[in-house]
Design a protein around this ligand. Structure first.
Ligand SMILES: [Zn+2]
Length: 558
C-alpha cells in the first residue's frame, strides 16, 4: 500500500519496521470505525494505569452487541494481540485486515462467513512501557513494549487465578460474546529454526478431545496450506529438549489453565496459541500473522457448524476422571521432520560453558517428538464442591469465570470429604504476586455445617472441568496451590506445659491404647523421645482443644 494512501496503517507507513503507540493505534482505529459501517469499538474496561482496553467488533450486518452478533448465526473469531505487549505482530496485522475487509473491500468476503472480534492491545500498560530495549531476543519492531502489566504480572499466567483487570476483561468477553474460536497472538524466542510462524493447542488427550480433533483436522491443514501458499514456513510450536543437540528431540507440552490455550481447553473454548518467530524480520512476521487470521476466518466460515458440535460434545462429556497434570508416556515417541537451522557448539571463555552459534544454513532433521500427553495425576470428579462464604476472593473468581454457583440462604449440614494437608511446602520466592504452595492432601469424610452464604459448585455443568482444576488441591492451577488458602496453614492456639502435663497424665491413665501408642512412639522415634515440647504436643493433638481446622483445606467435596 502506498505511503500516501489515506488508509495506510501506521506500521505500513514505516514499511512494517515500527509499530504505533497506544494513542496512534486507537486514533487510527477510531477513524476506520467511523468510516466503516461494519465496525464498532467497545471498551472492555480499564488497565491498572487507567487505559481503556479496546475491542473492535466486525460484523457484515452491523451486529455490535453480544445478542445481535449471536443472532447473526455466523461463527465468531476472537483474536487478541499484545497479551505480551512486546510481541505485537498481531496488532499491526489486525489493523491491516480490518481495513481490507471494510473500507478497502479486498477481503469483504471474510465477513460474510464469520464475525471478527479483535483486541489490538490487551496489555495496554506494558505496551506503553516501550523502548528500543523491550525484548533483547527479538528483531523488531524498532521500539517495543514490555512483557508484564503495570503490576509486573504476566497476563499469560493469569487465566486461572484472574488477578488482573486485563484478563478479567477478556474472560468477560468470552462469557458475553461466546466466540467460537480464540487466537492468542505472540512472538516466541528460543532456538533458531526455519519456521516463521508456529502455533499449538492442547491435543486430543486433553479436556476437550472433540475440539482438539477439529483443530487438528480442519484448522491446522488450512493454516498450513494458506501460509505456505503465501511463502511462509508454518510449523508446530515446540521447544528443543536440548538446545546443544537437536537430535535429542523436540517437546510439546499440554498447557494448564493459567495459559490462554490451556484455559481454552479446560473450558471447552477452541483456543490456539500463535507464535511467530522472533529472529524473523518484523514485516515477515506481521504478514504471516495476517494470513493466519484470514485463513482462520475462512476455515471458521466453512467448518464452524462442525466445530460447534464438537464444543457441545466436549461440554457435555464431563468425564468421571479429570486429569490434573501430564507426563511423557513410556512408549518410544513418534518422530517429526524438523526444519532447523544448522548450529555449532564451541567452548566459551565468557560463560565458561558452551556457546551455540547458528550458521543460518537450513537443515532438515528427523527427531523424536516428545509429548506431555499422558495424564499423570487425575482425580475422581465429585458431584460438587462446597465453599464457605469466608473465602470471597475464591468465590468471586469462580463467578468471574462464568462457573454456575448455588448460594445457600440458610446454614446447611453436608457430608463432605475434606482434605487434611501435610508435608506443606511454600515456594522460596513469590511467583506472579503469590506464594505458591504444595501439600499432600488426604481426604477424610466429615459432616460440616456450611454457613448461610456458602456456595455449592456443581461439576455437572459446562465449566465443570474448570471448577475441578481450580478447586482440587492437587491441581497446579488450583487456588490452593496459588496460595489463596495460606491462612489455614497457620496454627492459632497453643497449650501451656503446666496445663498439658496433668491432662496427659489423665489421658494415659484412662486410655491403655493411647498409652501403648505413646510408648511405641518413644521407642521408635528418638528425636521425639528427646523433645519435651513434641511429647506434650502429641497429647495436645489428641484432645478436643486442638484446632480441628488446622491444615484442613476448607473446600469440601460432595
Ligand atoms: Zn508471548
Amino acid at each position: 500500500m502506498g505511503a500516501d494512501d489515506p488508509w495506510v496503517t501506521p506500521a505500513e507507513r514505516t514499511g512494517l519496521t515500527a509499530t504505533p503507540t497506544y494513542a496512534e493505534t486507537v486514533t487510527w482505529l477510531q477513524r476506520l470505525v467511523e468510516a466503516a459501517p461494519e465496525l464498532s469499538m467497545v471498551s472492555l474496561g480499564r488497565s491498572p494505569e487507567g487505559r481503556d482496553i479496546w475491542m473492535v467488533v466486525a460484523s457484515a450486518e452491523g451486529a455490535f452487541t453480544p445478542a445481535t452478533l449471536k443472532a447473526s448465526g455466523k461463527p465468531t473469531l476472537l483474536a487478541q494481540a499484545g497479551i505480551h505487549p512486546g510481541e505485537i505482530d498481531g496488532k499491526d496485522a489486525g489493523l491491516m485486515l480490518l481495513r481490507d475487509m471494510t473500507v478497502k473491500s479486498t477481503k469483504t468476503k471474510l465477513l460474510s462467513g464469520a464475525n471478527f472480534l479483535f483486541v489490538p492491545i490487551l496489555g495496554v500498560d506494558g505496551h506503553e512501557r516501550s523502548s528500543l530495549y523491550g525484548r533483547i531476543n527479538q528483531r523488531g519492531p524498532v521500539e517495543m513494549g514490555w512483557r508484564t502489566n503495570a503490576r509486573n504480572l504476566n497476563l499469560n499466567r493469569d487465566y486461572s487465578k484472574l488477578d488482573t483487570p486485563e484478563i478479567q476483561a477478556i474472560v468477560r468477553v468470552i462469557n458475553q460474546w461466546e466466540p467460537d474460536l480464540y487466537l492468542d497472538l505472540h512472538v516466541t524466542n528460543g532456538i533458531d529454526k526455519q519456521y516463521d510462524i508456529t502455533f499449538c493447542y492442547n491435543g486430543q488427550q486433553s479436556w476437550s478431545p472433540g475440539i482438539a480433533a477439529w483443530l487438528e483436522k480442519r484448522l491446522t491443514p488450512a493454516l498450513n496450506q494458506d501460509l505456505k501458499a503465501m511463502g511462509h514456513i508454518p510449523g508446530p510450536h515446540i521447544f528443543a529438549r536440548d538446545r546443544r543437540d537437536l537430535s535429542r528431540g523436540v517437546v510439546a507440552s499440554t498447557a494448564g489453565p493459567r495459559y490462554s490455550n490451556g484455559y481454552g481447553d479446560a473450558r471447552h473454548l477452541p483456543t490456539v496459541l500463535v507464535e511467530s518467530h522472533s529472529l524473523k524480520p518484523y514485516r515477515q512476521r506481521v504478514l504471516g500473522t495476517y494470513v493466519l487470521l484470514e485463513s482462520s476466518l475462512r476455515t471458521l466460515a466453512k467448518y464452524g457448524r462442525q466445530l460447534r458440535r464438537a464444543v457441545t460434545a466436549d461440554r457435555a462429556r464431563q468425564p468421571e476422571r479429570v486429569p490434573l497434570t501430564w507426563k511423557v508416556p513410556d512408549a518410544k515417541p513418534d518422530e517429526i521432520e524438523f526444519l532447523g537451522v544448522q548450529w555449532e557448539t564451541t567452548p566459551s571463555d565468557i560463560s565458561g560453558g558452551d556457546r551455540i552459534n547458528y550458521t543460518g544454513q537450513p537443515v532438515t532433521l528427523t527427531v523424536p517428538y516428545i509429548k506431555y500427553n499422558e495424564p499423570e495425576v487425575s482425580v475422581t470428579r465429585p458431584r460438587a464442591y462446597w465453599i464457605p462464604p469466608s473465602w470471597p476472593e475464591v468465590i468471586d473468581r469462580l463467578s468471574r469465570h462464568g462457573i454456575y454457583l448455588e448460594t445457600i440462604a440458610e446454614p446447611r449440614e453436608v457430608v463432605v470429604e475434606l482434605a487434611r494437608l501435610s508435608e506443606v511446602n511454600l515456594a522460596d520466592e513469590p511467583f506472579e504476586g503469590h506464594v505458591p504452595v504444595t501439600a499432600v492432601a488426604r481426604f477424610e469424610r466429615r459432616t460440616v455445617t456450611f454457613p448461610a452464604g456458602s456456595v455449592r459448585v456443581p461439576t455437572d455443568q459446562p465449566l465443570g472441568d474448570l471448577a475441578v482444576l481450580l478447586l482440587e488441591p492437587d491441581s497446579p492451577d488450583s487456588f490452593f496451590q496459588w496460595g489463596f488458602f495460606l491462612e489455614v496453614l497457620q496454627r492459632a492456639e497453643y497449650v501451656e506445659g503446666y496445663v498439658m502435663e496433668p491432662l496427659a497424665r489423665r489421658m494415659l491413665d484412662r486410655n491403655p491404647t493411647l498409652k501403648r501408642a505413646f510408648e511405641k512412639k518413644l521407642t521408635e522415634d528418638d528425636d521425639f523421645a528427646a523433645d519435651p515440647r513434641a511429647r506434650l504436643m502429641w497429647f495436645y493433638e489428641r484432645t478436643p482443644y486442638f484446632d480441628d481446622r488446622w491444615r484442613v483445606y476448607p473446600v469440601g467435596r460432595e
